[in-house]
Design a protein around this ligand. Structure first.
Ligand code: UD1
Length: 382
């Protein structure tokens, strides 16, 4: 009996591990959660991590392929929300996620980035009194017309632990009056996935399939509503890309939203009569192989600004602002806006000057951020 009791005692000690719901919803979430889930599983005496997929993104190319490429386990809960207006999508996620939280009773819910799934899940927890950790906290573009800026601000305001990718995040949060004890600079977790996958991405034959030579092509991605939903803005960007493609082929994996607009606006002919190559969205490893071998990237993505900085690849950001200023200060990023003349001029300058100054990798973008995130969660428990 005594023996049994002793055994019970020791298993009780083991049960003290933190149960964490790791939330994914949209494409840019998968590469951030993958290293965190892996690290928590490695430290399974300290963590019990579960994956919750809201289903905000659902096409195989936008979701499933990332689970496979990044080795993320099957979701423990799949909410299957899908596309809808912002209000409907956010509300549906909240209704479904509340049931998961009530059932699982987690110690922590961990949300990443700035998509609708991020704020929806954080808000559910704040109402239920469950602790939320926000990875990629503190980033600010200052542009409240971006849905992501609203999502970031609100998520940070209601999170218990704010895990920042760069020191500008800490400064923004302090300026907003957040208690310093809640803020922890951990570095950029997306770069964990990048370094983890770089070697494996070399097995991809995407360059051969697209008939490309290393460093002799450019890559573009566009999906911001402000760029692709307005006919004139999108036409201007495409015209700049057409002119750039006269110098170097431009590979354009198109997001479903972007593809829909190209058809709606009748831009497919514009693209066909150029050296812009429109392709389907790629999986994580193929896309990593593609941009890591490129001469230049032109994008409105947040993540790609960081990934190109980590690899020292010139990047032109086709936006008027960025929430990732460190990629400009230290990295390879330039903010060029959406004026076609400026885009073309900046691209040609890069193509004509192969010896641009070496960029620096920002502090703590070292592939070990997931470890620091786990440590921070345990510290916050003390
Ligand atoms: C979302 C994020 C954005 C992120 C982007 C990455 C918000 C507010 N926006 O934008 O921050 O940079 O993901 O991709 O959360 N669609 C499909 N299949 C899919 C997913 C979407 O066809 O698997 C189409 C649908 O027509 C949908 C549209 O894309 O209505 C937009 O999807 P949504 O998730 O609302 O926003 P994104 O533009 O993808």
């Amino acid at each position: 009996m005594a023996k049994l009791e002793a055994k019970d005692q020791s298993s009780k000690i083991k049960v003290q591990r933190s149960k964490v719901l790791n939330i994914v919803g949209a494409r840019p979430n998968f590469m951030k959660i993958a290293p965190i889930q892996r690290e928590m599983l490695r430290r399974s005496d300290e963590f019990l991590p579960l994956i919750v997929h809201t289903g905000q993104h659902y096409d195989a190319a936008m979701s499933e392929s990332f689970f496979a490429d990044l080795g993320i386990p099957e979701p423990d809960h799949h909410l299957e929300i899908g596309s809808a207006s912002h209000a409907v999508q956010t509300a549906r996620i909240m209704i479904a996620f509340e049931q998961v939280v009530l059932k699982e009773k987690p110690d922590w819910v961990l949300v990443v980035g700035d998509v609708n799934s991020t704020i929806a899940c954080a808000l559910v927890c704040s109402k239920l009194g469950v602790k939320v950790a926000h990875v990629e906290a503190g980033l600010r573009s200052g542009d409240m017309s971006m849905p992501e800026e609203v999502n970031r601000l609100l998520t940070d305001r209601i999170s218990d632990l704010l895990l920042t990718p760069s020191m500008d995040g800490d400064e923004n949060l302090k300026r907003e009056g957040v208690a310093e004890s809640k803020i922890k600079f951990v570095g950029n977790v997306m770069i964990d996935s990048l370094f983890f996958s770089l070697e494996r991405s070399k097995n991809s034959n995407v360059l051969e399939e697209l008939n490309l030579t290393n460093k002799e092509y450019a890559v573009t991605t566009l999906h911001r509503p402000s760029n692709v939903d307005k006919r004139e803005t999108f036409a201007g960007i495409l015209n700049a890309l057409r002119e750039i493609s006269a110098k170097i082929p431009v590979i354009f994996p198109a997001h479903p939203r972007t593809k829909a607009r190209i058809l709606e606006f009748g831009f497919d002919d514009l693209i066909k009569n150029s050296d812009i190559k429109l392709i389907e969205p790629l999986g994580y490893l193929d896309f990593l192989r593609l941009y890591s071998g490129s001469r230049l990237v032109l994008t409105d993505s947040g993540g790609l600004q960081e990934e190109t900085t980590a690899l020292g690849i010139p990047c032109l950001t086709l936006r008027e602002n960025t929430e990732r200023p460190i990629t400009i200060e230290l990295g390879t990023n330039q903010l060029v806006g959406v004026d076609p003349g400026t885009i073309k001029k900046s691209a040609l300058e890069i193509l004509e000057n192969p010896d641009t100054a070496a960029a620096k990798i920002p502090p703590l973008w070292d592939g070990k951020t997931a470890e620091r995130i786990c440590d921070a969660l345990l510290d916050a428990k003390k």
